[in-house]
Design a protein around this ligand. Structure first.
Ligand SMILES: [Zn+2]
Length: 377
């Protein structure tokens, strides 16, 4: 190719075109990719910052969580399970001591009657001996100054409160078998298979005021299993109609369990689970009130679907497969007369799970709950 020839100019034009059009294009693409990367990094840093600041706000007590606050806390705070449990416990402890103070104040007002309650602290004695009148007066002014919203449910079933545990247990590979709706004609068989493999399980019962129901509940407890409240009526529309209706139903079931077994149970399961088609309007208030009373509810993360008429094969296949997906499992079964398939498949599921190395336990009030909605959602 000679300088100045036609071929030479062809090459020259192509080279110039390349430089003018393609090089900027390539550079544009490279810069766009770099920009995209740095934006993603920036987003990540901003997210981390917001997680950190909400974590600080919760831990410093700047945000006082309601029940919704707990969900928010769990979803957005970035707290680990352990931190969350420690936080909830600390909050429970603070409320407890506030309660004691309130009780002491009330006691001060009726200073003539000595309290038999061992939890109450002795009243601090001031140097100037205040007269009863003065105490009353100051208590009244104080009450007028700090107008606090009263809990409308506090007066209801005052004996229905239980202790919140100091910490929660959450162990990998543990299977919690749970049986709802009993006792029933199947309870004996369920107990038989559990006993055969020395497994402790949990029964969320629907007690009735009959000799048979009481005897079976006692047998459940005497065999070493946990017993919890499910419902007295299991009537969704009534119990989820209001907080008062829920408390009434719960108190009824809780009392029957106590009469039959001597156990003041601290655990329960909502009929239909904590999130169902009937409790949308009332569930937050119910959960808040039950949590205040110290009760813990347990949903499930494995549904045997026995209530949906699952066959033997379906349950035998799905239950172990679903358990294999979880860190630990709370399995929903039913101990009711119609659920014969549950009795037939129970032993085979148990032996399969034992073969796969799982350990079984019953739910106590210090078992960290599995919840669809709530502090441990
Ligand atoms: Zn049920």
């Amino acid at each position: 190719m000679r300088f100045g020839s036609v071929a030479f100019f062809k090459v020259l034009i192509k080279t110039v075109l390349c430089i003018v059009f393609f090089l900027p294009l390539v550079l544009c693409v490279v810069f766009a990719v770099m920009l995209w990367h740095s934006n993603a990094k920036l987003d990540e840093i901003q997210h981390e910052n917001s997680v950190l600041s909400s974590k600080i706000a919760y831990l410093s007590g700047e945000i006082q969580p309601t029940v919704e606050g707990y969900y928010e806390l769990y979803a957005s705070s970035g707290l680990s399970d352990e931190e969350l449990v420690a936080y909830i416990n600390a909050k429970g402890g603070a409320e407890e001591s506030k309660k004691t103070d309130d009780a002491a104040e009330r006691n001060e007002q009726q200073s003539s009657t000595p309290s038999t309650d061992t939890v109450q602290q002795p009243l601090p004695l001031t140097e100037e001996a205040e007269t009863e009148e003065q105490v009353k007066e100051s208590a009244e002014t104080e009450a007028a100054e700090t107008i606090q919203p009263e809990n409308p449910y506090e007066q209801l079933y005052e004996d229905m409160t239980v202790r919140v545990p100091a910490s929660y247990v959450r162990e990998e590979g543990t299977v919690y078998l749970t049986f709802d709706d009993g006792p029933s004609v199947n309870t004996h068989s369920v107990l038989y298979y559990l006993d055969k493999y020395d497994i402790k399980a949990t029964f969320f019962v629907v007690p009735q005021r009959t000799e048979e129901s009481y005897a079976l509940m006692k047998q459940i407890v005497d065999s070493g299993h946990s017993i919890g409240v499910h419902s007295a009526t299991h009537d969704y529309e009534t119990i989820y109609g209001s907080v008062e209706a829920y408390l009434k139903d719960f108190y009824d079931a809780w009392t029957m369990i106590y009469e039959a077994t001597g156990v003041k149970t601290e655990i329960f399961r909502f009929p239909g689970g904590s999130k169902n088609d009937f409790n949308g309007a009332t569930r937050d208030a119910i959960i808040e009130e039950m949590t205040r009373r110290g009760f813990r509810f347990y949903d499930w993360n494995v549904d045997s679907n026995d209530a949906g008429d699952a066959t033997w094969t379906e349950m035998f296949t799905s239950v172990p497969a679903d358990i294999a997906q979880n860190y630990r499992s709370v399995v929903l079964f039913h101990d009711s007369a119609q659920r014969e398939n549950t009795v037939y498949v129970l032993e085979d599921i148990i032996t399969k799970l034992i073969g796969n190395g799982y350990k079984f336990d019953k739910i106590n009030n210090n078992t960290q709950p599995v919840q669809f909605i709530g502090p441990f959602a």
